[in-house]
Design a protein around this ligand. Sequence first.
Ligand code: TGC
Ligand code: FAD
Length: 411
Amino acid sequence: MSRFPGVDLLELDALLTEEERLVRDTVRAFVDDKVKPIIEECHREARTPLELVPEMGALNLFGASLSEYGLPGLGGVAYGLIMQELERGDSGLRSFVSVQSSLVMYPIHTFGSQEQKDRWIPRLASGEAIGCFGLTEPDFGSNPGGMRTTARQTSDGWVLNGSKQWITNGTLADVAVVWAKTEEGVRGFLVEKGTPGFTSSDQHGKFSLRASTTSELGFHDCRVPADAILPGSTGLKSPLMCLNQARYGIAWGGIGSAMETYYTALEYAKQRVQFNGQPIACHQLVQEKLAWMATEISKAQLLAYQLGKLKDSGRLKHWQISMGKRNNIWLARECARMAREILGANGIVDDYPVIRHMLNIESVYTYEGTHDIHGLIIGEAITGIPAFNAPERPAAKKKEAEQPVAAGSAR
Ligand code: TGC
Ligand code: FAD
């Protein structure tokens, strides 16, 4: 299997530290050697490549930006480069690591008790345990604040009722981080696999992220002990803090997906001959597409790098992350489409990675806040006006035409 040489038209490698390059190259080799040989088959079979989990654990890919428990505490750029390389392999694989790291280990690390951390962080870090994050509900996706799942306190614990939908790794998870409404607002709970009243089932028929498991969770008078609550979680702000971590990684992941489709299209265009005995790369229309992709990838790299620097200096704001997630996933989506065009009919078969990336990126465009929701988050930051809620619809006036027609009228 040939090694991916990278896409570095602005010589940004020179900005990376030795450690950052080492981390990137290690994950790059893992993806080339272990992920690429099996990923098309996983996509066809709609199967999560669980056989890769122990090695990802051994490579410290889970919770890589956290410290304690022997975790590496990597800086923002090194962490981002991990996400970039994983998503070059497959968005589903990056999702697996994002959920485990940002949406399960991060909330336990940040809001959990000492006992919760001791019980779960080491097992999640090694991949011995898998976690999931339940925020979205069937009727509440972009607006999680409207959630209906409740947690009622009893003399010896909590009773959860409700359902969650579109939950990555839901049926695989040993522990679910579940967000529910209590009398004092939204709080996080750790619900372990096998808890009576807790059910999970996979969602089928997906044409996107097929190498990832997506599930529904149900809570029917699900009783959890008093110490299942994440004691430091306080309101909707807590799950949104987790999303900041995941969205930051996704901003880097988009670059990986775009690099893979661009590089595939470039190599293809250099060898595919049509009309004049020359490769299609000699045509201006093809070159324009490749030039667009290369330029947008370079801009995305600069954006992600600056987000990393802001993160490490403690200045990164949530709306800046929205800029990165929104722009870099949009560009990955455009690159996938352009690459598919350049590959012609070969663009629709899985002999090449392009169609898989093109299908995958539709999920990434929607999850962790849709493209448009991130537009509104940026819009609120720059105007000071939140535009999430449309104004109340005025009560419809009874139209004259709806009045009964008087007998004997001209009609
Ligand atoms: P709003 O009233 O604006 O905010 C409630 C409280 O939260 C604070 N806040 C944030 N805090 C930290 N980070 C952020 N990004 C924050 N955004 C808001 C805010 O200051 C407030 O704090 P306080 O102290 O005043 O209470 O909330 P809202 O109900 O109006 O909603 C705002 C909105 C629409 C931006 C938010 O709900 C949103 O982001 N919606 C998108 C939902 C979403 O992204 N869901 C993702 C589910 S997980 C997933 O998709 C995993 S995919 C698998 C993978 O990652 O690979
Ligand atoms: P909706 O919120 O119904 O939005 C539909 C459309 O309306 C979108 O285009 C949206 O932009 C637009 N819209 C909505 N509100 C507004 C507004 N105010 N202004 C303008 N436009 C608006 N969730 C989890 O909690 N955990 C997970 O692990 C997880 N994994 C996922 C995995 C996959 C493969 C997918 C596809 C989703 C996953 N999700 C997960 C759910 C994901 O976060 C939601 O799908 C996402 O937040 C969007 O919600 P929705 O699908 O209900 O769309």
